[in-house]
Write a protein that binds this ligand. Structure first.
Ligand code: ADP
Length: 507
C-alpha cells in the first residue's frame, strides 16, 4: 500500500499520521512536550525537544508501515503559527521558540497598533497587531535582548528550524510567513514597513517558498534515524489553522470551519485576501491562490475545562465510577434547561480575548443572575457564551467576506451534541461534522498529494473526508438566542473600561 505522512508540529504535541491515498488513517504517533513559562506572560518551547518529536514520530509511523511492506510517498508538514526564535549560523538556538500564547510584547503591540503605519501594516500583512505576532515579539526582543538580537543570524519559526536541520536551508512557506505580521500577502515578499518596525533587515529572515515546494536530499544522519530513504519527498506545507480548513473540506464559497478545542477559531477560504477596516479578522495564505480569512478566540473548550476542574469535583468522581467522561455528565446537566439559560448571560473572556475585540484586559462575566438560576443555568450559559464568542467573530467575517452557508465543525467540542446543536442554532446554519478531526494533518497530506502530482487540485479533498453527522438549525431557538446575543454584544462595550480597572487589581 502507498501512503503519505501528515506531520503537525503543534503546541501540545507533534502528531505524525499516515494516510492511505483514499484519506484513511492507517497509523499515527503523538509525542508531547511542555510549554515553558519562565515568567507569567512568557510561553516558550524548546526547539530541540520538538525536533526530536518530529524525528521520532516519523520514525515510529514509518517503521510500522515498512514492516507491513507499505511505501512512503512523502511527508508533508503543518505547524503552529506565530512562533519565533533566534539562531546562529549553524542553526543552533540562541533562544527558545517564543510561541503564539506569549504576551510579553503587549506594550509594543499597542504602540505599533496606534502608530501611523500600524493600520497599513495590518492591511498589507493580514495579521492583526497583537502580542501573538512575531512582528511585536521582534520589536520586544530588539530592546530587551540586545546582545542576542545583535548576534542573531536568522529569526525563524519551528518549521524553519526543522527544515534547516534536515536540508541545511533556511526556508519558510508562504502560509507560516503570512502569520508573522512581516509578510506582504499581496506581493508575497517581506514587508518593508514591518521590517523597519521589527528593527531587522530581510536577510535575517528565511527565503519564502510555496507551501507545495518539495525538498529531497535529507541529511543522511536523520534519514537513517527515521529509517527512510534520503530521497523521500518532504513537502514544506502550511500552517495548522489554514490546513485545518482544507482537511475539514471547508474550502468552497459559503463554507466555514469552526474549531473549538482548547481555544477556538472560525475561518473561511477565499481566492483573495480581504482585510477588515476595523482590524477584527486575519487573512493568511494557504496557497498562492487560496487565502484563509477568519478570527481566533482564546476562550474555547478551555472554559468548559475550567468549570470541570474547579467546580465539578462531585461529577469528576461520579464519572470515574461510571467509567464515562465528566464532560458528558456536565453536558447532560446543562441540557436540563432550555436555550437562553433563562436570561443568564456569560461573557467567556477568562483569558482576555483575541477576535473580535483583540483586548487582553477583557474578563469573564455572568450577567443577569436572579434567584431562580441554578447550577445547570450557569453551566448552559457557559457553553452558550463560548458559542456567542465564536458567533461574534462569524458576524464580522460575514460582513467582510459574504455569507456563510455551511459550518464544518472540528475540535473536542464535537463530542457534545448539545454544544454542536447550539452552534447550529446560534448561527442559524447547517453544521457538518467530518469523521476524522485530525484536519491539519489531512490538510497537509492533501497539499502534499498536489505537490507530488497525485491529485490535480486541492478541491479533491472532498473525496477524502467522509461526513459523519449533520445538524440542522432550529429557527425558534435561533430567535431565542438572538435576544440575549444582542445584550451580550452591548455588555462588552459597556464594560470595556472596567475590564482595564479590574486588570490593574489582578495578577
Ligand atoms: P486541543 O486544543 O488540545 O487539540 P481538543 O480539540 O481535544 O484540544 O479539545 C479539548 C476540549 O474539548 C476540552 O477542553 C473540552 O472543552 C472539549 N471536550 C472534550 N470532550 C468533550 C465532551 N465529551 N463534551 C463536550 N466537550 C468536550
Amino acid at each position: 500500500m502507498e501512503y503519505l505522512i501528515g506531520l503537525d508540529i503543534g503546541t501540545s504535541s507533534t502528531k505524525a499520521i499516515a494516510f492511505d491515498l483514499l484519506g484513511n488513517v492507517i497509523s499515527k504517533c503523538n509525542i508531547g512536550y511542555p510549554i515553558l513559562n519562565p515568567k507569567s506572560s512568557w510561553s516558550e518551547q524548546d526547539p530541540g525537544e520538538m525536533f526530536e518529536a518530529v524525528i521520532n514520530s516519523i520514525k515510529s509511523v514509518a517503521s510500522e508501515n515498512t514492516k507491513k511492506g507499505n511505501k512512503l510517498l512523502g511527508v508533508s508538514f503543518s505547524s503552529a503559527m506565530h512562533g519565533i526564535m533566534a539562531v546562529n549560523e549553524n542553526g543552533d538556538k540562541l533562544t527558545d521558540c517564543i510561541i503564539w500564547a506569549d504576551t510579553r510584547s503587549v506594550e509594543y503591540s499597542e504602540r505599533i497598533k496606534n502608530s501611523k503605519i500600524g493600520h497599513e501594516i495590518y492591511m498589507r500583512t493580514g495579521t492583526p497587531i497583537h502580542p501573538m505576532s512575531p512582528l511585536c515579539k521582534l520589536a520586544w526582543m530588539k530592546d530587551n535582548m540586545e546582545l542576542i538580537f545583535k548576534k542573531t543570524y536568522k529569526f525563524i519559526s519551528i518549521k524553519e528550524y526543522v527544515f534547516f536541520k534536515l536540508f541545511r536551508k533556511y526556508v519558510v512557506d508562504y502560509s507560516i510567513a503570512s502569520a508573522t505580521g512581516l509578510f506582504d500577502i499581496y506581493d508575497f515578499q517581506w514587508n518593508k514597513n514591518s521590517l523597519q518596525v521589527a528593527g531587522i533587515s530581510e536577510d535575517k529572515l528565511s527565503t519564502p517558498v510555496s507551501p507545495t515546494q518539495v525538498f529531497k536530499g535529507l541529511d543522511k544522519k536523520y534519514a537513517d534515524l527515521m529509517g527512510i530513504d534520503i530521497e523521500t519527498p518532504f513537502i514544506i506545507g502550511g500552517s495548522d489553522g489554514c490546513l485545518a480548513n482544507l482537511g475539514a473540506n471547508a474550502i468552497k464559497p459559503g463554507d466555514a470551519a469552526v474549531t473549538i478545542g482548547t481555544s477556538g477559531a472560525i475561518r473561511i477560504i477565499a481566492d483573495k485576501p480581504k482585510n477588515d477596516e476595523s482590524e477584527r479578522i486575519f487573512s493568511y495564505i494557504l496557497t498562492e491562490n487560496r487565502f484563509v480569512l477568519g478570527g481566533p478566540v482564546n476562550n474555547g473548550g478551555i472554559i468548559f475545562r475550567w468549570f470541570r476542574d474547579n467546580f465539578s469535583q462531585l461529577e469528576v468522581t461520579r464519572a470515574e465510577t461510571l467509567g464515562i467522561d465528566t464532560y458528558e455528565l456536565l453536558t447532560k446537566e446543562a441540557s436540563k434547561v432550555p436555550a437562553r439559560s433563562n436570561g443568564l448571560i456569560f461573557l467567556p473572556y477568562l483569558l482576555g480575548e483575541r477576535a473580535p475585540h483583540w483586548d487582553a484586559n477583557s474578563k469573564g462575566v455572568f450577567f443577569g443572575i436572579n434567584i431562580t438560576h441554578k447550577r445547570e443555568h450557569f453551566l448552559r450559559a457557559l457553553l452558550e457564551g463560548v458559542i456567542f464568542g465564536v458567533y461574534s467573530v462569524g458576524k464580522a467575517l460575514e460582513e467582510t467576506t459574504g455569507n456563510i452557508d455551511t459550518i464544518y465543525a472540528t475540535g473536542g467540542f464535537v463530542r457534545s451534541e448539545l454544544w454542536v446543536q447550539m452552534l447550529a442554532d446560534v448561527f442559524n446554519k447547517k453544521v457538518v461534522i467530518a469523521e476524522s478531526y485530525e484536519s491539519s494533518c489531512l490538510g497537509a497530506v492533501v497539499l502534499g498529494m498536489k505537490a507530488i502530482g497525485l491529485i490535480d487540485n486541492i478541491e479533491q479533498v472532498e473525496k477524502l473526508v467522509p461526513i459523519s453527522k449533520t445538524f440542522k438549525p432550529d429557527i425558534k431557538n435561533h430567535e431565542v438566542y438572538m435576544k440575549t446575543f444582542e445584550i451580550y454584544e452591548r455588555l462588552y462595550i459597556k464594560l470595556k473600561d472596567e475590564f482595564v480597572s479590574i486588570s490593574l487589581l489582578q495578577k
